[in-house]
Design a protein around this ligand. Structure first.
Ligand code: AMX
Length: 440
């Protein structure tokens, strides 16, 4: 991470600061208007937030500094093994932070650095050991990440007054690297603990983060699992700034809470069923449906199941999106990966996911409520983990939580590098809204 930090200091930050100064000269320019519908409708479409690493288009889906998932997977450095074809989350993080594609050498050095910083302080180990074993792992993950704040370089330097505002990004960068290095250790400890396995995390500096994580949770000898996990972690990293996990991390960070506290908040948002928890809900939904369906079921049977589900007033997990109006390209990328794999494409649960992805959009269109009847990333992701033997559905959002850190922490570093202020949008009561409306 030393090279990345040096590049940030010498090249990227001065350039961006210059751009910001330029923009601020005409910052009274109007780029949008706010309607009452937006204020009461979850702030959809209000252009009021700065986010650098990725952009979400309703039709085309996510791009990372203008690059599609397919492009990223082609040009970003892959794993160190012969024949590895999937981008690494470390590579994606570099792209998100700098806007440039790292070299293989740069990524290997970053992976080694993350391995070096992967050990947990004793108090975090002890905290986890004292949590109820049946606590949801997202609650435990967030608590453990918050407790790393105890060792935050940012908090320490801020409170002893040893840094000035223009240098805030430096300890925020160090904390972010430390968090990225330790989150797989925490997740592995939680996973192993839930299975009654006690294991000290060992990270090999010649391997990437995903390989080390897989090794520590007992999947290390299966390259197909590692490759799937690399793709999974890289493509869940960032989805623009307005989603709950990204926005809450950014918001809490704007109060100069350190990266551990900020991301702990982001994880708590990810733990909601309308956001990241959908990953676990989908798999449970698919397993339940599979049990209910007759042995030689048809698309008609699936359709019937979906209607019964909707008539009970429930949402179909893994479908719909606040911004997207087309199938999620992250879904498509995972679907392509699966279709090319002989073993996944023969998995009866994956086959059902595939059939649902063709039947549900029609049903949801006819149901007439959701603005986007297409599959989102969560409708595909859990079944892949399940296929390779990770049957503990509660951990699916934890994997998502490892990934999201690669996208939102670079933004947090940028927030500090450009001296972004505390966020404080204007809120309105219904009375105030009515008054403003009648005055028009
Ligand atoms: N099944 C049934 N109904 C749905 C639906 C779905 N998959 N998606 C949306 N609807 C309903 C909404 O509940 C809402 O109904 P209401 O008017 O009675 O409250 C109506 O359709 C309009 O909603 P919308 O404008 O299309 O969606 P939104 O922007 O309010 O919410 C989302 C987006 C993702 C929360 C919603 O589509 C949903 O609940 N999907 C299922 C959960 C899910 O897959 N979440 C993961 C999203 C991706 C992620 O963050 N990881």
């Amino acid at each position: 991470s030393t090279e990345l930090k040096n590049l940030m200091r010498e090249k990227y930050i001065p350039n961006k600061r210059e751009q910001l100064t330029r923009i601020k000269k005409s910052s009274a320019s109007v780029i949008g208007q706010t309607t009452v519908e937006q204020v009461l409708g979850g702030m959809r479409g209000i252009r009021c937030m700065w986010w650098e690493g990725s952009e979400l288009d309703a039709e085309k889906g996510i791009t990372f500094h203008g690059k599609t998932i397919e492009e990223c997977n082609r040009i970003l450095p892959h794993g160190p093994e012969q024949g590895a074809t999937q981008m690494l989350p470390e590579s994606m993080m570099w792209l998100i932070m700098t806007g440039e594609v790292p070299t293989e050498k740069q990524v290997r050095a970053l992976s080694a650095d993350l391995a070096r910083h992967s050990a947990l302080p004793r108090h975090v180990d002890e905290l986890i050991d004292n949590l109820p074993k049946d606590m949801h792992p997202m609650t435990s993950l967030s608590a453990a990440i918050a407790s790393l704040s105890h060792n935050s370089v940012f908090s320490k330097q801020y409170s002893d007054g040893s840094i000035t505002k223009d240098k805030f990004w430096e300890p925020a960068f160090d904390d972010s690297i430390s968090l990225l290095a330790k989150i797989p250790t925490i997740a592995a400890k939680l996973y192993n603990r839930s299975k009654g396995v006690s294991k000290v995390y060992k990270a090999d500096e010649s391997k990437d983060v995903t390989w080390n994580f897989a090794e520590n949770i007992g999947f290390g000898d299966k390259l197909p699992f590692v490759e799937m996990m690399r793709l999974y972690l890289a493509l869940h990293a960032d989805h623009e700034g307005g989603n709950v996990s990204a926005h809450s991390t950014h918001l809490v960070g704007s109060a100069l809470s350190d990266p551990f506290l900020s991301y702990s908040a982001g994880l708590l948002g990810l733990a909601g069923p309308l956001h990241g928890l959908a990953a676990q809900d989908v798999l449970r939904f698919i397993l339940q449906m599979h049990q209910w369906l007759p042995k030689n079921y048809t698309e008609k049977d699936v359709e019937q199941y979906l209607w019964n589900w909707l008539k009970d007033g429930r949402v179909v997990p893994g479908y719909g999106h606040a911004v997207l109006r087309k199938p999620d390209p992250r879904f498509t990328a995972l679907h392509e990966f699966s279709s090319k794999s002989d073993s996944i494409s023969k998995d009866p649960h994956w086959k059902l996911v595939d059939i649902v992805s063709r039947v549900a959009p029609q049903v949801l269109k006819e149901h007439g409520k959701t603005k986007n009847p297409f599959p989102n990333v969560d409708s595909q992701s859990g079944v892949l983990l399940h296929h390779y033997g990770m049957k503990e559905t509660e951990f699916y959002t934890v994997i998502f939580g490892i990934s999201r850190a690669y996208g939102v922490l670079p933004q947090l570093v940028w927030d500090r590098a450009l001296g972004m202020p505390i966020e404080r949008p204007k809120s309105l009561s219904l009375n105030a809204i009515e008054k403003m409306m009648s005055a028009q």
